[in-house]
Design a protein around this ligand. Structure first.
Ligand SMILES: Cc1ncc(COP(=O)(O)O)c(C=O)c1O
Length: 246
């Protein structure tokens, strides 16, 4: 079945980019494990020549995510940091990025330890304040980097308002969505199910220097709880057990 862009989100999730396989009619897209594809003549192939460049399984995922996000194209990467590194290669020395100050530790490390020594510049501001983001934009700003909700303080950023001011100043906007799935938030038209408890200072944000971390409100004892879809009563009982032991 074809999947019109106005189809419901559940229909798009299971059908977009996933027509029955042309070779066998399989209704679930197979995992293609080949690296190279045969060509009938030099340069003549069925759209695939080498899996690093494109692979039918990945194409299905990319088309499905694009349909869920309301986007024209999707690109899948092996990890979030791989996607981030690729995005940042759009920039060069002296290009400036305005980033939310409460952001994933690996992103901070990429910006400060890898890219700043290469000449890229960064300003970190409270993303919940659109005026602060706008004030930080300069003549050399090419990118505004958002998370919403932010990791780990779960601050909400007004993506539409910031996109408006950033685009008016000629800057691109990146929304690094780790918590909110496209069911509830689609940054272009404006993920996990399991609960996760962690200590940002020792885990996800350990690579941010302690003084920078504390200044942005991430105290050493802050415990982040991302609530998933388990039964509420089970989660409360689990938390009660943990708190009674501490
Ligand atoms: C906001 C955010 N961006 C990027 C990443 C990195 O993703 P990955 O571990 O897939 O590289 C994470 C990981 O938790 C994250 O929370």
């Amino acid at each position: 079945m074809s999947t019109p862009s106005e189809a419901g989100v559940s229909t798009r999730a299971i059908h977009a980019g996933q027509p029955p396989g042309p070779a066998t009619g399989a209704v679930v897209t197979p995992i293609y494990q080949t690296s190279t594809y045969a060509q009938t003549a030099v340069g003549k192939h069925k759209g695939y020549e080498y899996s690093r460049t494109a692979n039918p399984t990945r194409t299905a995922l990319e088309a499905c995510i694009a349909a869920l996000e309301g986007g024209a194209h999707g690109l899948a990467f092996a990890s979030g940091m791989a996607a981030e590194s690729t995005v940042m290669q759009l920039l060069g020395p002296e290009d400036h990025t305005v980033a939310v100050d409460d952001l994933y530790g690996g992103t901070y490390r990429l910006f400060k330890r890898v890219l700043e020594p290469m000449g890229l510049t960064f300003t970190f501001v409270d993303g919940a304040r659109t005026d602060a983001v706008e004030a930080a934009i300069t003549e050399s700003t090419r990118l505004v980097w958002l998370e919403s909700p932010t990791n780990p303080l779960l601050k909400i950023v007004d993506i539409a308002a910031i996109a408006k001011v950033a685009h008016a100043r000629g800057a691109m906007v990146v929304v690094d969505n780790t918590f909110m799935s496209p069911y509830f938030q689609r940054p272009l038209s404006l993920g996990g199910v399991e609960s996760l408890i962690e200590l940002p200072a020792a885990m996800t944000h350990a690579s941010i220097p302690a003084d920078v971390r504390r200044a942005s409100g991430v105290a050493d004892g802050l415990v982040r709880i991302s609530v998933g879809i388990e039964d509420v009563a089970d989660l409360i009982a689990d938390l009660d057990r943990a708190l009674s032991k501490s």
